[in-house]
Design a binder for this molecule. Structure first.
Ligand SMILES: [Zn+2]
Length: 302
């Protein structure tokens, strides 16, 4: 039976505090476990306003109504208001997620800074941000993190070396059709990647590729058309855990009805032998409905 891994990106303080517990309920109703990837340092969402000046972001704001979903206060954190430290304020929520049997991992230290800077950052900056996230994770959970999913699918080659050095066993930092071992200069044994294979809800809402179809129906049709392929679906605590809970429940039930086994990234990764994975470079690509470039699986080497 083909698997579908649920990867939950948690980007903000409000998403952690309110969206994560709401997702526990939806997942418990369907008796499903998922991978929660946490933003652990300050919530500087307000600084994302810088992106207003980038092509494509304004259209996205109009389509998904960022203010309605993220809230005005959240959009001011890091600008007019100081950014709340997420793990410090939501320690109980983070620990309870693990206690409920979900897989927990590292999304990022500072989402906005990582998303805006990592693609061109040097080793020192990357190491500093990565280490801070890992240190907070260890402080909260008492164990080292084993799974990483880069904020905004933004990476650089230093990240892949750091994942190896810090003992990560699997990662989902990229977009693409299926799992692979990243080919990285001076790194022979990079941590395998399980890329996000499906579009996210915020990429689909209001996008012309839907031609008026409902995003949930679009996603169910995409998995129905590829019944033998494993998929990774990325959702957000700020969307599926808040205004789009009903859509998420419908997705889970639809995937169940298709015979999909809904799993964590860990379960999906442990079902595959590393030696069986293709090797491929990580390249910069674009995804419909998302502004800018992001990390994508390149063409696998023979
Ligand atoms: Zn994120």
């Amino acid at each position: 039976m083909a698997q579908l891994a649920l990867k939950i990106d948690v980007d903000t303080w409000h998403g952690t505090r309110d969206g994560v517990p709401a997702l526990w309920q939806v997942l418990a109703e369907e008796d499903v476990q998922a991978t929660f990837l946490f933003s652990l340092g300050p919530d500087h969402t307000g600084r994302a306003i810088r992106r207003v000046f980038r092509a494509g972001f304004l259209q996205k704001v109009r389509r998904t109504s960022v203010v309605a979903n993220y809230g005005l206060r959240t959009l001011l954190y890091g600008t007019l208001l100081p950014g709340p430290r997420i793990a410090a304020r939501c320690r109980d929520v983070l620990r309870e997620t693990a206690k409920r049997g979900h897989e927990v991992g590292v999304h990022v230290h500072d989402h906005v800074e990582w998303q805006d800077r990592v693609a061109t950052a040097d080793e020192r900056w990357t190491r500093n941000e990565f280490r801070r996230a890992c240190d907070i994770f260890h402080d909260v959970f008492g164990v080292a993190a084993r799974v990483h999913g880069a904020a905004g699918w933004q990476t650089n080659e230093h990240l892949f070396a750091l994942e190896r050095e810090f003992g990560f066993t699997h990662a989902s930092d990229t977009r693409g059709d299926g799992p692979f071992v990243p080919v990285v200069p001076n790194l022979s044994d990079a941590v395998p990647q399980w890329p996000t294979t499906l579009p996210t809800l915020d990429e689909l809402i209001g996008h012309e590729c839907l031609a008026g179809a409902d995003p949930v129906d679009f996603l169910l049709a995409a998995t129905a058309a590829t019944p033998n392929r494993d998929h990774v679906y990325t959702l957000h605590a700020e969307l599926e855990g808040q205004a789009y809970r009903d859509s998420f429940l419908r997705l889970l039930r639809g995937w169940r009805a298709q015979g999909r086994q809904l799993v964590t990234l860990e379960a999906m990764a442990s079902a595959t032998h590393r030696a069986a994975l293709p090797h491929a470079p990580v390249i910069l690509g674009t995804v419909a409905g998302r502004s800018g470039t992001l990390a994508v699986r390149g063409v696998p080497s023979a």
